[in-house]
Design a protein around this ligand. Structure first.
Ligand code: 2FM
Ligand code: ZN
Length: 543
């Protein structure tokens, strides 16, 4: 039965450029979405820029432009970067939209009516030099939980705890580094603990990975704290209804951006918003990094519950990217922007490599540069693309480009490759991409061994019909490999479809075959990675 699925990736901040660390998530999500679409499911991928907050306001101020101008420019850049990495959203929107304002106000009012919003006077840091309150990320200091130095005012990168900026040790203003003063003002809080039991019930239905659940249980044990959802002016965001100078904290309207993007897309495509955000038969998947699980596994479902919407089916959490086993680093040149990568390398390499490394767990993904080069060159180019390039040109030049029948000695090889579709589909579904790629490479290995044994480049001189059969078998397996890899390598698949002269492949095309068919002209499907280009990319990323 056709499933109805809504998928999101975290909304990237409009304040910065997309880098290869971000791409772990967008590539992971895109692969999963493409797989669902190939399966014939009614699947849609929503995203947007996360535009509000102090950083955008401060950056715009520094650049001498309005926040609106800044976010518009960033939106274009982000779209271009994602598109060039073959990440295909059904809608890429912005949180600074009328839909998002409407949903944010609606959800807030519902929470307020439900008695889940409380007002409290709080003391905050205020920078007298910059003349503004210093919320969240503009205060730095020591984590109140684990004591790690140089942590942001809202959460700790080391122990993942979230807290209030006033609790941080030895605070300083991150704009001018001066020691801020304390000032009081009224803030609005979301009473998260009202949802404790409902959240636990929701989580009991297999919503997150087991290691995430353990972390959440620690937070439950500590007791869920009230969440400050307001910020004082000046702030770039939505004004809170019935207030003069209070704005929604960016994290309040950011996840609501998933809904706003859906609504915007629904209006364009004639679909109904409610079938996605109210209908329990629809599946909703949020792909996020482990740093923002508090927001997505606690605040967000509680907001949805409080406002009467359905809750997500699953939160798919991934780890961070490391490069050569270490955090991305500007001094080592491993903090690589998407655009910089594209100036030097084919985006398909990174898609393939991430797929080789991604599983369903939350552990970090390591991009080892040597391994990257060797996997792409030996597997993707050497095993998979090579299968086509070893036989395609020969068939075209010497045998009119016409395939024949499958030879007896290849029947079981092809059957095995075809039967693997069930295992591979299941691995994609479970987000076990590295295991899926392993299965795919094994098929390619078998096919290459078959070719080595049959030596069509030798038999072509004496027995054209036998050679045609051998090539037909190889191309049949190549066609199956193309289907299996299509979620990861859509461009490669589309080039292969052209070469094979076949319609765009869906998963169900596994059952079809390439016998007695005329192929198109052979065009090189993919180049080997040139290590010199990798080095140049790293050199140019070094600060
Ligand atoms: O962590 C981040 O990059 C946020 N901009 C993610 C927001 S996700 C969602 F809630 F909007
Ligand atoms: Zn300051």
């Amino acid at each position: 039965m056709k499933r109805k699925i809504l998928v999101t990736s975290a909304l990237p901040y409009a304040n910065g450029q997309i880098h290869i660390g971000h791409l772990v998530e967008y590539i992971q999500t895109d692969i999963w979405v493409r797989f669902q679409k190939m399966m014939g499911n009614d699947c849609h991928y929503m995203c947007a820029d996360d535009t509000h907050g102090t950083p955008v306001m401060v950056t715009a101020r520094k650049q001498g432009v309005s926040p609106e101008e800044l976010i518009e420019k960033m939106n274009e850049e982000h779209r271009r970067d994602f598109g060039d990495f073959h990440i295909e959203f059904d809608n890429y929107y912005t949180t600074n939209s009328p839909e998002n304002r409407e949903f944010a106000e609606y959800i807030y009012m519902k929470l307020k009516e439900g008695g889940h919003i409380v007002e409290k006077e709080i003391e905050q840091f205020y920078c007298e030099k910059d003349r503004m309150f210093l919320p969240d990320r503009f205060i730095k200091g020591k984590c109140p939980r684990c004591g790690a130095p140089d942590q942001y005012g809202d959460s700790c990168e080391l122990c993942s705890s979230t807290y209030s900026p006033v609790d941080i040790g030895e605070p300083f203003c991150s704009i001018c580094r001066s020691v801020p003063v304390r000032k009081t003002s009224v803030h609005y809080f979301f009473r998260l603990k009202n949802f404790t039991e409902r959240l636990k019930e929701w989580l009991d239905k297999d919503r997150v990975q087991p290691e995430v659940r353990r972390k959440l249980d620690e937070w439950f044990q500590e007791g869920l704290r009230d969440w400050d959802i307001s910020r004082d002016a000046p702030y770039f965001g939505f004004k809170i209804p019935d207030t003069e100078d209070k704005f929604f904290y960016v994290w309040l309207d950011a996840p609501i951006g998933y809904m706003a993007s859906t609504a915007n897309w629904c209006a364009r495509s004639g679909r109904s918003f409610d079938e996605f955000w109210r209908d329990e038969d629809t599946e909703i998947y949020h792909f996020i990094g482990k740093d923002i699980m508090y927001f997505h596994c606690l605040f967000w479902p509680a907001m949805l519950m409080g406002a009467g919407f359905r809750t997500p089916t699953r939160i798919c959490i991934h780890g961070f990217l490391t490069v050569n086993g270490e955090k991305m680093s500007k001094s080592r040149g491993t903090f690589i922007n998407a655009r910089k990568y594209l100036e030097h390398l084919d985006p398909q390499y990174l898609r393939y490599y991430y797929a080789c490394k991604l599983g369903s767990g939350v552990s970090d993904v390591d991009l080892s540069i040597d391994d990257f080069i060797s996997r792409v060159n030996s597997d993707m180019v050497g095993k998979i693309a090579n299968l086509a390039s070893r036989v395609g040109p020969m068939l075209k030049k010497k045998m009119d480009g016409k395939t024949g029948s499958i030879p007896e000695d290849a029947v079981s090889l092809i059957e095995d490759a075809r039967n693997k579709n069930i295992v591979i589909a299941d691995l994609y579904e479970q987000r076990e991409f590295s295991r899926a790629v392993k299965e795919i490479c094994q098929i390619a290995d078998e096919a290459n061994r078959y070719l080595e044994k049959k030596e069509p480049w030798v038999t072509v001189k004496t027995d054209a019909e036998k050679t045609r059969q051998t090539i037909t078998a190889a191309l049949e397996i190549f066609r199956l490999l193309t289907i299996y890899l299509k979620p990861v390598l859509p461009q490669f698949a589309s080039d292969a479809e052209k070469f094979l002269k076949i319609e765009p492949l869906a998963w169900a095309d596994i059952e079809r075959s390439i016998v007695d068919h005329e192929i198109g002209d052979f065009k090189h499907l993919i180049q080997r990675v040139d290590p010199a280009k990798v080095n140049a990319m790293i050199d140019e990323s070094r600060e």
